[in-house]
Design a protein around this ligand. Structure first.
Ligand SMILES: [Zn+2]
Length: 273
């Protein structure tokens, strides 16, 4: 258990989103994304430059749900982001991060996650996607848990993780990580998905283009299929960042400067039973 770096607080967001879980997955995702982004912008300097763009992104959310982005979900997202940012700050000051080592990840999954049926590694899977998957599955009465333990990726790129794989006898590609987790937890099946990373790398991806082009529904259906067979562990190598600069609001990963959402530095662990 990483008590020092562990953060929870996503539970309130997931409970709230699961109550509107009959909405299409793309809409749940948009509401989750916007709540976190609004919280991120409110903690960010010169946020007023992005008001117009943010309001446009929110326009496609039906008004009853838009209220959540200004109300309950926003407040929970704000709580979460404050502790998230504190963790990143502490991590920057630390000389050695055990949370950034795969040895630590393997110890954690062995002791806390235990036996699962399958493993899914989402390249660039970020907090809005984990929340969306957990909420939709919770609405379908699949017990789900996002651990407060995390994997820290200080540079927010796949290489940081994959370069550690050779010492475990795995090929240094993300599929190798999925296989290492499968071997460690004695799972029957493992898969790596690049859907999110490919969307993030599309040329000049604005927030609106990102939300429109990410195939979250396909991802959800795959997870639901695995969950209907047996338990699933879902994790990632890093998340993505939402940057606000002179180009507006856009999605990337491994961003070096300050930004409203710096999720590329962290990977979550979600278990669906
Ligand atoms: Zn990438």
């Amino acid at each position: 258990m990483i008590s020092k770096y562990g953060i929870s607080g996503l539970d309130n967001i997931i409970t709230c989103l699961s109550e509107i879980g009959n909405l299409p997955t793309t809409m749940i995702h948009r509401v989750a994304f916007c709540s976190l982004l609004r919280a991120g912008l409110s903690l960010y300097d010169s946020k007023e430059h992005y008001d117009e763009e943010f309001t446009k992104v929110l326009q496609s959310v039906p008004s009853p749900y838009r209220g959540l982005v200004y109300g309950g979900l926003y407040l929970s997202a704000l709580d979460y982001l404050k502790s998230f940012n504190r963790i990143l700050k502490d991590a920057r000051n630390a000389i050695l991060l055990k949370e950034a080592s795969l040895h630590h990840v393997l110890d954690f999954v062995k002791s806390r996650v235990g036996k699962v049926g399958s493993i899914m590694v989402l390249d660039c899977g970020s907090i809005p996607e984990f929340i969306t998957l957990a909420s939709k599955l919770k609405a379908l009465r699949y017990p789900s848990l996002i651990f407060s333990d995390v994997f820290l990726n200080p540079i927010g790129v796949t290489r940081f993780l994959t370069q550690q794989l050779k010492s475990f006898g795995q090929e240094d590609i993300l599929q190798g990580y999925a296989e290492l987790l499968k071997r460690t937890l004695n799972a029957n099946f493992c898969v790596k998905s690049s859907v999110i990373d490919l969307t993030v790398h599309a040329h000049g991806i604005t927030v609106e283009e990102f939300l429109k082009s990410i195939d979250i529904n396909e991802l959800f259906n795959r997870v639901k299929f695995f969950a209907s067979q047996s338990s699933v562990l879902i994790t990632s190598d890093h998340g993505y960042d939402v940057v606000a600069d002179e180009q507006g609001l856009y999605v990337t990963h491994g961003y070096r400067g300050p930004c409203p959402l710096n999720f590329s530095k962290m990977a979550l662990f979600l278990v669906i039973d």
